[in-house]
Design a protein around this ligand. Structure first.
Ligand code: GLN
Length: 456
């Protein structure tokens, strides 16, 4: 907690810090342990967690990074948050994000700009930038984020931490503010694969409040990790790895490419077979993603009407309430996405945009499925570059969208993907971290974590 208090003025990971409440909870925990109630405390007893502010937390502000939800205090916890709390974790605050998850830098928050702990002139990535910077600056042990098109993985890469996007449906979305429901997942961030596996084991699993959550058994991800014998000289013997050709070409920084190639050689050295694999539909994923995500957002965000939640405006009639509360309650990027989505879904353009994007989504899904029949895992960079400067892409949304090329396909296909730090490029005082993305078949999180564990 003292580290959080000391670093927060410069990093600004949190929209809401609950340090005093966390302190009281920790004292209560000490008291219970001292009075012999040791067995009554859960497996995460006393572990400080940060929660992305688009996940609802009972009696704590939950803004989604938007002014339109200023003052909103949900009456309930998101299921993932509830499970962490039931395991004894202490929620130390709500982390900053691009408004409703729409962005890749966290500069799109209505409240503040978060800085990258490796270099305070750079962005932490986004949209779960606060969750990544908080773990990176060791302000909390682990955090939850959400990943619709890369929002856990890209900030993990920029901040040099571990980020996991689970299979669609692995973690309940109940209490997650919907951005694009067919793509959204709750993800986990930690400073090690071990920590990340630990919280995934707690938050994963079926939830009757989310009909899209899977009822597949949740393996014990931690004991799967421990089963990996790192003393063996070839622990990855028999593992087939495909390195996605399209992710190592034009537009990708040379420093990033060489870090990923070094990581691939390391994996090879440990006994796996690494081959290049081509996914021809890879570049089509980006435009398809932005059409589908905006379309779903345009529908999901209609709930922010100035009546049900958050800030109230006074106006004479319903249209005026809608108009006024949205005009100053929503930011520029969010308005742009609603307009784009509404356009893509409108009668005259539906076939040309929405329908076509859905067709591309099927292509992407099939090409991943084919590749994952030939390879156990696929690898790529998590982002085409390391963290860039604050303000650099703020007026160029297309350049920002282009940075999501490495991650969006995985959401279109609903697959799990893990990002682990695998190298550095020049920049900042100590270099800037580069993340390796490891992609697998649905529900293969245990395998991804096992491979990621090699890098620490
Ligand atoms: N940057 C992407 C977007 O703006 C992804 C965001 C996310 O995963 N929430 O849509």
């Amino acid at each position: 907690l003292s580290r959080l208090r000391r670093t927060e003025p410069s990093v600004r990971s949190f929209i809401h810090v609950a340090d005093a409440a966390a302190e009281r909870e920790a004292e209560e925990l000490d008291r219970r342990i001292a009075s012999g109630e040791k067995d009554a405390v859960g497996p995460l007893a006393g572990v400080l967690v940060g929660i992305k502010d688009n996940l609802c937390t009972a009696n704590m502000p939950s803004t989604g990074g938007s002014r339109i939800l200023d003052g909103y205090r949900p009456a309930y916890d998101a299921t993932a948050v509830r499970r962490l709390r039931d395991a004894g974790a202490i929620v130390v605050g709500k982390t900053n994000l691009d408004e409703f998850g729409m962005g890749s830098t966290t500069e799109g928050s209505a409240f503040q700009v978060t800085t990258n702990p490796w270099d305070d002139s750079r962005v932490p990535g986004g949209s779960s930038g606060g969750s990544a910077s908080a773990v990176s600056a060791r302000q909390c042990v682990v955090s939850l984020g959400s990943d619709t098109g890369g929002s856990v993985r890209q900030p993990a890469s920029f901040c040099g931490v571990v980020g996991l996007k689970p299979t669609y449906g692995r973690v309940s979305r109940f209490g997650l503010m919907a951005y694009a429901s067919s793509l959204d997942v709750v993800g986990c961030l930690g400073s090690s694969v071990f920590d990340t596996a630990t919280i995934l084991s707690v938050v994963a699993g079926h939830d009757k409040m989310d009909s899209t959550s899977s009822s597949q058994d949740v393996p014990d991800y931690v004991s799967e990790l421990v089963s990996l014998d790192l003393l063996e000289s070839k622990p990855l013997n028999g593992l087939r790895i495909g390195i996605i050709q399209e992710t190592l070409g034009e537009g990708v920084d040379t420093g990033v490419i060489s870090s990923i190639k070094d990581a691939a050689s390391h994996l090879e050295h440990l006994g796996s077979v690494v081959e290049e694999v081509s996914l021809p539909s890879f570049s089509l994923g980006l435009p398809a993603y932005y059409i589908l995500a905006s379309s779903e957002a345009s529908s999901n965000l209609s709930r922010y009407d100035g009546i049900r939640y958050g800030r109230q405006v006074s106006a004479d009639d319903l249209n005026e309430i809608y108009g006024e509360s949205r005009a100053d309650g929503l930011g520029h990027e969010v308005k742009m996405r609603i307009l784009m989505g509404t356009y893509a879904l409108s009668a005259g353009y539906y076939d040309a945009y929405y329908k076509r994007a859905q067709q591309v989504r099927t292509l992407v899904k099939e090409s991943f499925k084919g590749a994952l029949e030939r390879y156990d895992i696929l690898i790529s960079p998590a982002a085409p570059s390391a963290a860039y400067k604050i303000g650099e892409k703020i007026n160029d949304p297309l350049a920002m969208y282009a940075g999501d090329i490495m991650t969006v396909n995985v959401n279109l296909a609903g697959l799990p993907a893990l990002v682990v730090p695998c190298g550095f490029v020049e920049g900042g005082a100590a270099g800037l971290p580069v993340g390796l993305q490891i992609i697998g078949s649905p529900f293969s999180e245990g395998n991804l974590l096992r491979v990621g564990h090699i890098f620490e």
